[in-house]
Design a protein around this ligand. Sequence first.
Ligand code: 26W
Length: 823
Amino acid sequence: MAKCKSVLKKKNDRESLNADICDHVVFSLSKDIENATERDMGRALALSLRDRLVERMLETRDRYRETKAKRMYYFSIEYLLGRCLGNSLCNMEMLSECEDMFKDLGFDLDEVRESERDPALGNGGLGRLAACFLDSLATLDMPGCGYGIHYEYGLFRQSIQDGYQKELADYWMADGMPLEIIRPDQAVLIPLYGRVENSILPNGEYLPMWLDWEDIVGVPYDIPIVGYGGKTVNYLRLFAARASQNFDMEIFNSGDYIRAVQRKIESEMVSKVLYPSESVSFGKELRLVQEYFLVACGLRDITRRFSAQNKNFEEFSDYVAIQLNDTHPALTVVELMRFLVDEKRIEWGRAWKITQATCAYTNHTLLPEALECWSVDLLEKVLPRHLQLIYEINSRFLDGIKKKYSEDIEKIRRMSLIEEGGKKEVRMANLAVIGSHSVNGVSELHSELVKRRLFPDFYEMNPEKFNNKTNGVTPRRWLLKSNRPLAKLLTDCAGDKWITDLSELKKIEKYATDSEFRDKFVAAKRENKIILSNFIRSTLDIDVSPDSLFDIHAKRIHEYKRQLLNVLHIIHMYLEMVDHGREPLCARTFIFAGKAAPGYWEAKQIIKLIHSVGGVINKDKRVKGLIKVAFTPDYRVSLAEKIIPACDLSEQISTAGTEASGTGNMKFAINGALTIGTLDGANIEMREEVGEDNFYLFGLRQDEVENLLTTRSYHPREIYESSAEVREVLDALYSNRFSPKDPGLFNWIVDKLLADNEQYLHLADFAEYIEVQKTVGLEYSDPVLWNKKAILNTARMGKFSTDRTMREYAEDIWNIKALKNLE
Ligand code: 26W
């Protein structure tokens, strides 16, 4: 076996890097150095960086092999990586050096970096969390890699026309992805469709045979994931679907060339596009195939690697942990059983124990419409052997329950993997729960609700399985890289240990009332606000003052996240000024960003509403300099990196009990924004950490919400009748004040908000929201008070680093260890 390479050939000093960049311009890009454009220089830099990463990646791999380390594989249908060049340079501690070098060469590295497309292979929170996890695992020197799909089209790009969202295709690979490494030699073959023949061997053993399947090839593309300090380089392995050679055979045999090529193209559809929704189950065949494709490619890769080191699959779970990122990869449970039972001929009970010991499941949403179910008919067509296995898993599982709870038919019905009503469906969440040894939620409140609301029967049966792992974010991307003015100030005052231990920022607590520090903190925030103001001016032609309070709501557009409540407040503030002549306590800029799922009509209407309200307010001279509304289109990681550092007030106002955790909330607070929020998701823990005086709390608690909803005692019309403020705002919407050219456009909103079945309780929280927003305005006008609170937010967010989150998963669920580098 190869020895660990403790001596790296590629040096990071300027001369070596410079020479490599020139080499890549000539030999990889085939250009003269004199004619190299900014884009060429960016690519050459990325290729030179890749050389360094690859070397370290091989070294890391050797280290894992030689120590026979247990590894964790993160299975996720989404990864929202964001741009990779700057982040990798930052983690390699090469960013400043490269900037200087580029300046000397006559280029601006910032501009080069701006031209990199975001790989947007995810929808929102779940995919971004996966990306933060990978960064932390590598930084902690832990053997943990990601497995996913190499979508050709990422999440749609959003443009706005006449206030409406329009979707554009995101062909993110147009300029190539210089950091990735294609590995055709490690391609895997995935069977689909076909039928099962049940035969019996002469010795009486049952031998199911999956026959007549079609196959697709999964080709791995590796994106190196470098930890901070550059020692450990793990990878994210994304599989692209390719047609197999068999298709070529078919062309040859059938003579129907065009039809055969069409089939080839169809099979490559599997990794063509990311499904663009966060919150509805799709039920579409292609999506099921994608989910199986991820699972099957991932498991084949893992079992191949395991076989190379260890032949005894009884020991599989001693060396392999698989984390299921929501139910999308839940078929892992079935595919691993198929592999162990059908291919390795391991006895069912043993195989089940190995499977459970290997798999763990994280739930990321409580919304009932997002819980995945797959129709039995579809499973039968796409994965006939897997459906058999699901039935077998279910029947053994239900036998166990019957023994334990005798004949509680209702309980058995609820816990079954098969939903029997109408069209038979397989409940993927139940499958993930019973096939795993650990089930976790992503914040304390959410984890409680996972036990009580989602899986009460499973919790009663196996309480020890259920646990909480509060989310976090990586401080490298979300502070060090995206907010360099603040990062520098923090390092100057508290040293640089915070980069890998965010709790070190406690050290700046003592400066919360220090005027010199405060001035610098304010200056850093102002620098970020100026950058964002300029961006808004140049892209939207809206003039916003960096002296105004930047009140920001940036996340996917969804009714439960209540962008509507924010708009109601804006309208209220506007009416106070123009109808009642009451000046606000401070000038505000309301900034929105977020995409609506293409098929989610209400969410798209909310985007239109924001534009319509903004359109009226922004051109009304009476409120000039006092309120502005801006919607920055195409929210994505790179835009978040611009927006978040510039925020004063972060809107985290979901109805209590609906947002599993939130992670944007953490990014804003770390960057010194104050939060206005409900007691939902991780807001609760953030408030505990930063202190209740430093958090603007409002709204019903989760138990109050639950009570109102279950007793059907929410009657918003009564609120409308009794509150002049509510009436004014809703009447303004109804009277077409914001839609003069489109009468009745927003009537549906008023109707919905006034209906007893309005499940997000906007009007129940309205009065308190308005009240607390007044306090916000008052306190913002007192910079000493405001900035003391803002500084304490940054100082006390240590808990919300994914370094902490990953340590907890590693210790409590995966049983993997940090592997110190040889250097
Ligand atoms: C089947 C369609 C579908 C697709 C995606 C259903 C559900 C999802 C995700 C689970 C939704 C999601 O992204 N959830 C978010 O996960 C974040 C990371 O844990 C949390 O911070 C957010 O609160 C949660 O909404």
